[in-house]
Ligand binder design. Structure first.
Ligand code: UDP
Ligand code: MG
Length: 326
């Protein structure tokens, strides 16, 4: 069995990192599409597939692919650590001048890569591929527009609609990403946070060529919460403002009811107002406790300083001395 050792072979100019979770249905097609495009650029390249604890035959296919193509390498994680960790594992293995991140499902067109590389050569450290929303349900488009407006008000870095993880990064940008050690990785925000000269390139949205998306509407909602909470503590500040506003309103309302009954001899309105106040405030308090707890939970997770992922197998062999974390 051949061992393609990324450490001893010469450093390629381009590395393409692909996180894969249950992508057995598409990973062959991806490599078949990717290799000719990369070869056509005339640059030396490698494809780094990361198996994120797939339950299907993804890993067997990766073994076969790395056997068949000397440019194809893979890292298999010990279980499913999530896309962020899988990307980190791939990036930490890349020694190339330019690293391209893309999804396995061919929703990110490989044909775009040559123009992205040209833009990196032209001095942009991050070349971000931005998709339009053709074919997306109108409700989803409207909701995501709302989401981006809200998030950009709350967090300090600017994130844009249609901008995902499909991007080309220069070596300094990759090193910057690897230097961020936080456990809770909201990559859209992290990419924006590291900065560097950035440019965008547009492409048309396409459906997945096979397999299934791992995102339901519930995980999208949680992702939305993550994006706000993992970036700063403005929600805590918001809680203080909201609490103050409600206290002031309560005092004003109390005054008004008192004056009204003293002057006009109106009876004090009864349990309806009380109930509204109790329920409203109760809900608010529980919500704000949740916000508080969320931050506390994150602090707890960060203090553990656990590695972001664990490697089980690399290119047909044990992980050896390859870095476990970035
Ligand atoms: N992915 C991963 N680990 C996960 C979930 C997803 O590595 O826990 C990979 C997946 O294999 C794909 C990419 O992340 O290459 C994007 O996933 P998906 O296509 O399901 O997301 P969508 O395009 O629907 O946002
Ligand atoms: Mg997809």
């Amino acid at each position: 069995m051949t061992h393609h050792d990324g450490e001893t072979s010469p450093q390629p100019q381009v590395a393409v990192v692909v996180p894969c979770f249950d992508e057995g249905a598409v990973v062959d097609r991806l490599v078949e599409a990717l290799v000719p495009v990369l070869a056509s650029t005339g640059r030396t390249f490698e494809v780094i597939l990361v198996d994120d604890g797939s339950r299907d035959d993804t890993l067997e296919r990766m073994r076969a692919l790395s056997h068949a193509h000397e440019q194809v390498h893979y890292t298999a994680l010990s279980r499913n650590f999530g896309k962020e960790a899988a990307m980190l594992a791939g990036m930490s293995r890349s020694r190339a001048d330019v690293t391209v991140l893309m999804d396995a499902d061919l929703q990110h067109p490989p044909d775009l890569i040559p123009s992205m590389l040209a833009l990196v050569d032209a001095g942009h450290d991050q070349v971000v591929a931005r998709r339009d929303r053709t074919g997306d349900p109108a409700v989803r488009t409207a909701l995501s527009r709302l989401y981006y407006r809200l998030v950009n008000r709350l967090i300090d870095v600017r994130i844009q609609d249609g901008v995902g993880d499909f991007r080309a990064l220069s070596r300094p940008a990759v090193r910057a990403m690897l230097s961020l050690g936080e456990t809770n990785r909201f990559s859209k925000g992290l990419f924006a946070w590291v900065g560097f000269p950035t440019t965008h390139i547009h492409y048309r949205n396409a459906p997945r060529v096979g397999g299934e998306s791992k995102w339901g509407s519930r995980s999208l909602f949680n992702y939305g919460l993550d994006s706000i909470i993992s970036f700063n503590s403005k929600p805590l500040r918001l809680a203080i403002h909201l609490g103050m506003l409600i206290s002031v309103l309560a005092v004003l309302y109390g005054l008004w009811v008192g004056i009204d009954s003293a002057i006009h001899r109106n009876p004090v309105p009864g349990y309806t107002t009380l109930l509204c106040a109790i329920l409203g405030l109760g809900g608010l308090q529980i919500m704000m406790l949740g916000v508080l707890g969320e931050y506390l939970g994150r602090i707890y997770m960060e203090t553990k300083q656990r590695p972001h992922f664990l490697v089980r197998e690399v290119d047909g062999g044990p992980p050896g001395d390859l870095p476990l974390i970035g």
